[in-house]
Design a protein around this ligand. Structure first.
Ligand SMILES: O=C(O)C1=C[C@@H](OP(=O)(O)O)[C@@H](O)[C@H](O)C1
Ligand SMILES: C=C(OP(=O)(O)O)C(=O)O
Length: 414
């Protein structure tokens, strides 16, 4: 399916959008709920990544296919490893079979897990025979993906002596580890993360706990970009909190410098985004190692505004849904950008025009589609394989139509 985005009627409509619950929080809570059934969850993510995890949790013996869902792959690897009598073949899409998992598998094996590689060493698919893991200490490389660490933390409370995790190297995506710690604390499993050591205690049982998932800040980023690129508009998004477990709430500060004001309503649990008239910097410098999922949105916003940017801390982008650095370079260049990338950074030069009527490829990456869509405020463009958005945000196209972006979905080819 293609999304044809017209250079529509702007300013955008002042409307309220309800983005569904965070997929990161939802996927953690579902693993915890499978281990402690007296947790109830409200505002669960509607994403494909959450649906595949939820479906996988119902299987005890057989094949589980998580498609493109990184968190589902990593969290379920730990979950089944620690589940006595489970016998699972855990697989995923072609891309998932290229996303490394050895660091997590080695850590779980140190704890006593029985995991085999079914195709390529170090990559899914995996054969997992679950058992009671007895050890309570492990050390793990922390500079590749925080998901490996969150996966261990999520099963830690059911290990007989809890778990002490020593982190090696410079820890990446730290707010996601803190999110795991906070959600554990919410169910009264009080762990500690100090310096390079995480300690999670055993929890034999927990009290009945009802958790409401906050909406997804990464999904909110596309509305920040729309507001930044528009002449004038106000968009209200529910349900968001000033005190968030999600590191991507850093959007508030980042887009403040790109001319977007955020007002929190505590009573409505919502945020209103509006345009601030400020003088924009010529260029933006940001280290995104804490918020890797915002990189594409920010790069595209800067391009659309004619600003330069230098984004660093992007070393994890190469092993996500696609090599996001190369994908950004290819597609921004089509639109006239001058952009350089290396292993962990991206530099974009100021641009004076956007070439219109271009077709953007999405590389099976939801964030490529959603990051480029706000450019419709500036120019006409087509986005290929538009259905990829369902990985995290199935209602994305409906919601951007609601704010007034003229978007026609075309199923006829591609
Ligand atoms: O734990 C999580 O929910 C996530 C952690 C991050 O991955 P890395 O730690 O691999 O950077 C992030 O990019 C991903 O979308 C979700
Ligand atoms: C990287 C992402 O997801 P995952 O790693 O869970 O596939 C993402 O949603 O941007």
């Amino acid at each position: 399916m293609k999304a044809n985005l017209k250079h529509g009627k702007f300013p955008l409509e002042s409307v309220k959008i309800n983005i569904c619950g965070s997929k990161s929080e939802s996927n953690r809570l579902l693993i915890l709920q499978a281990q402690f059934p007296n947790i109830t969850i409200d505002n669960l993510s509607e994403s494909d990544d959450t649906a595949v995890l939820q479906k996988g949790l119902k299987v005890n013996n057989g094949i589980v296919d998580v498609h493109h869902a990184g968190t589902a792959m990593r969290f379920l690897t730990a979950y089944y490893s620690a589940k006595p009598n489970a016998e699972i073949t855990l697989t995923g899409s072609q891309r998932m079979q290229e996303r490394p998992i050895r660091i997590l598998v080695d850590a779980l094996k140190t704890l006593g897990a029985d995991i085999q590689y079914l195709k390529n060493e170090g990559f899914p698919p995996l054969k997992i025979k679950g058992k009671k893991l007895q050890k309570n200490e492990v050390s793990i490389k922390a500079d590749v993906s925080s998901q490996y660490i969150s996966a261990l933390m999520l099963v830690a409370p059911i290990l007989p002596n809890g778990l002490k995790i020593s982190l090696k190297g410079k820890t990446t995506s730290v707010p996601y580890i803190e999110m795991t710690l906070s959600l554990l604390k919410n169910i009264e499993v009080v762990g500690d993360f100090t310096n390079n050591e995480i300690v999670i205690p055993l929890a034999e049982q927990i009290k009945n706990t009802a958790v409401t998932v906050e909406s997804d800040w990464s999904s909110a980023s596309y509305f920040y970009s729309l507001v930044a690129l528009s002449e004038d508009c106000k968009i209200t998004l529910g349900s968001f909190l000033e005190e968030s477990f999600q590191g991507d709430s850093a959007l508030v500060q980042i887009y403040d410098s790109l001319g977007v004001r955020t007002v929190f309503s505590t009573s409505e649990k919502s945020i209103s985004l509006s345009k601030k008239n400020i003088e924009l910097p010529d260029s933006l410098m940001l280290d995104l190692s804490n918020t890797p999922d915002l990189a594409q949105t920010i790069a595209v916003t800067c391009f659309g505004l004619g600003l330069g940017c230098r984004l660093t801390g992007l070393h994890t982008l190469k092993i996500k849904e696609t090599d996001r650095l190369s994908a950004l370079k290819n597609e921004l260049e089509k639109l006239g950008a001058t952009i350089q990338i290396d292993e962990n950074s991206l530099s974009l030069e100021m641009a004076s025009e956007i070439i219109s009527n271009k077709t953007i490829e999405t590389y099976q990456d939801h964030r490529m589609a959603m990051a480029f869509a706000p450019l419709a405020v500036k120019t006409e463009l087509t986005i290929l394989d538009a259905e990829v958005v369902s990985k995290s945000y199935p209602n994305f196209w409906k919601d951007i139509q609601k704010v007034g972006v003229a978007c026609v979905l075309d199923d006829s080819s591609n």
